[in-house]
Write a protein that binds this ligand. Structure first.
Ligand SMILES: NC(=O)c1ccc[n+]([C@@H]2O[C@H](COP(=O)([O-])OP(=O)(O)OC[C@H]3O[C@@H](n4cnc5c(N)ncnc54)[C@H](OP(=O)(O)O)[C@@H]3O)[C@@H](O)[C@H]2O)c1
Length: 207
């Protein structure tokens, strides 16, 4: 068993895996197709990291697909019932990349809610408002990063909060899965991440 499974080897996978290793978590890192990319990232990370490819048996109770929304849907379909009861962390911003001015999810929904309809995992929104580079760094402007979290299952939220705190970041639970609709709005990531919300509150610049 491992603590956290990260799927993907791109920008966010690097950021999340860096924080997980810093938190002392054991990792399963699954590449899209080429195990060599996971092995290369694992070598860069150090720590306790096992590697594989998508389709391998999941060895963690917390699963973070660090992929785009379409790929996340594929992953949920592929893993099916083996995700039951696991904490699925949805980091996606389902942006319509043809216009960069809209979302690919239906009005009144979110990637998180759409994924929840398709899986028996407990889906929690988190990390979609943190930039990959600052996540790898762990701080922004000398302040710990805020991680905005939304979910319906209390135990799943607590598991994500535990990881976030262990990683040296600041968890902010903003509400139920429906709040993912606000977190995914274009502009949310830039407005929430620089500077961090908690520093803006303490400085009186967030009203
Ligand atoms: N970048 C950011 O600052 C940022 C911030 C907040 C949230 N996000 C969200 O994080 C997610 C990942 O972004 P990113 O910047 O890390 O993207 P990225 O660097 O392009 O990485 C995407 C990863 O997904 C893998 N992948 C593609 N199709 C897949 C599939 N069907 N099954 C499994 N893996 C697949 C890719 O593998 P191959 O390259 O081998 O195909 C790659 O490792 C997106 O949903 C994005 O909206 C990004």
């Amino acid at each position: 068993m491992t603590d956290i499974t990260i799927i993907g080897t791109g920008n966010m996978a690097l950021g999340l895996a860096t924080r997980a290793v810093a938190a002392g978590k054991s990792l399963q890192l699954l590449a899209h197709k080429d195990k060599g990319t996971a092995e290369a990232l694992a070598a860069e990370l150090g720590g306790s990291v096992s590697t594989g490819v998508v389709g391998d048996v999941l060895t963690s109770e917390i699963v973070i697909p660090a992929v785009f929304f379409d790929a996340a849907r594929d992953i949920v379909a592929l893993y099916g019932d083996s995700l039951t009861g696991k904490v699925y962390v949805d980091i996606t911003n389902p942006v319509d990349f043809s216009t960069f001015d809209g979302l690919t999810v239906p009005a009144g929904s979110s990637a998180t809610e759409e994924l929840q309809k398709a899986t028996t995992a407990k889906v929690v929104k988190a990390f979609n408002t943190t930039f990959a580079a600052t996540l790898a760094e762990g701080t922004v402007g000398g302040q710990p990063l805020d991680v905005l979290i939304a979910g319906d299952d209390q135990a799943a939220i607590e598991a994500v909060v535990e990881f976030v705190v262990a990683a040296g970041l600041t968890p902010i639970v903003v509400g139920t899965q429906r709040r993912a609709q606000q977190l995914e709005q274009p502009g949310s990531s830039t407005s929430f991440s620089l500077p961090t919300i908690s520093s803006r509150i303490s400085s009186g610049t967030l009203r």
